[in-house]
Design a protein around this ligand. Sequence first.
Ligand SMILES: Nc1ncnc2c1ncn2[C@@H]1O[C@H](COP(=O)(O)OP(=O)(O)OP(=O)(O)O)[C@@H](O)[C@H]1O
Ligand SMILES: [Mg+2]
Length: 409
Amino acid sequence: MFLHRLRLTHFRNYRHLDLVFEAPWTLLQGNNAQGKTNLLEAIFMLATSKAIHATQEREVVGWQAQEEPIPYCRVSGEVQTDGRLLEVEILLTQREDGVSFTKQIRVNGSPRRAMDVVGLLRAVLFLPEDIKLIDGGPAERRRYLDIALCQLDRRYCQSLAAFQRVLAQRNNLLKQLRDREISPTAPAVDAQLAFWDEKLAEQGARVIAGRHNFLLKLEQIAAERHAMLSGGREHLMLHYVPSFNPGLFSEQEFTLWRDGLLPEAPRVPLAAEQVQSAYLQKLATRRARELVAGATLYGPHRDDLRILANGRDLRLYGSRGQQRSAALSLKLAEVRVMTEVGGSAPLLLLDDVMSELDAERRALLLAVIDDAPQVIVTTTDWEDFTPEFRRRARCFRVCSGIVEAVNLE
Ligand SMILES: Nc1ncnc2c1ncn2[C@@H]1O[C@H](COP(=O)(O)OP(=O)(O)OP(=O)(O)O)[C@@H](O)[C@H]1O
Ligand SMILES: [Mg+2]
């Protein structure tokens, strides 16, 4: 996996950029607000097809694009993947309404669906705010799992997209039933709900099983990393906490598990079929409740990932240092799982993370970087890196959306 070249047009503060990556290590230095994060966001967009820092995709379109007859934004990359050289391109073009944008994706010039490009370039992004994975809300953790898994498993990505579509439609129906006070037992309505339940359970079960099984792999490696960082004092556990019993527990155990009172998880992989029947049953028994709420109350959109050290939930009880170590361990584990499952090492993107880390965490991160075929790192301060690192890396300076090679000798 290697990104040879990145080209941007009207992407955030980059009017035009054509950057060739030749060395395994690239170090980008720049003062605040010059475009370091924007550059990594563009690369991560090639990997995931999504703009990670934007709430709406049109935010990534450069303000200067308004000068164009039809405003647009283009990100393209030459990617070496599984022995092939591919040109991956994402194009956002303003619609006639003058507000929204259409997204087109091409690989070697041929149009593709978003989910078909995810995984062509696999990348792991390290951010100073990664600690949010531990102390933030469940949505943050679900998004993390989804981004990692989508890059690894195309079928997961398809199921997730299908689940989201079905969820929106089912929610719509439940809301209509509630607002219009239509009897849910009317035969037509009943059949309609049964239809959506079936679809929801089918796709949702794949998502739940996918996440649970991925975490089993991730946990092993993350625990090793965390043990190193804590001098062997802390044992890290990653627990998937679903919103209904997927068939792993008795009902009584499940309540304890959900509330964090069952210390040991059954470490067994889940089969999607098993989850599907449990999910369907849950939907059938809780239909009345969902009709009152006018929304789908059970499923992967309500699940969480619990991260524990020595049996205690780090979100609730962890110190900042413990949380930071856990977040780093999780990310490092992701790199390893991606390498093993994906068959080649992912591209590592490190956004200004060195200055946040103490010597020990820095050393662990640097050890992982050492093996990686390609690492792109940003910093405000050259001094965050040893002279040796700077000698081995290709160095650039980022200034107002312009990137220039520098020779530090
Ligand atoms: N759509 C956009 N069009 C033009 N400029 C934008 C757009 N979105 C963001 N910017 C600008 O990009 C600038 C650089 O952002 P970026 O986050 O990449 O900086 P940075 O180099 O990572 O800085 P820091 O060191 O503070 O993290 C911001 O100051 C912002 O004004
Ligand atoms: Mg930044």
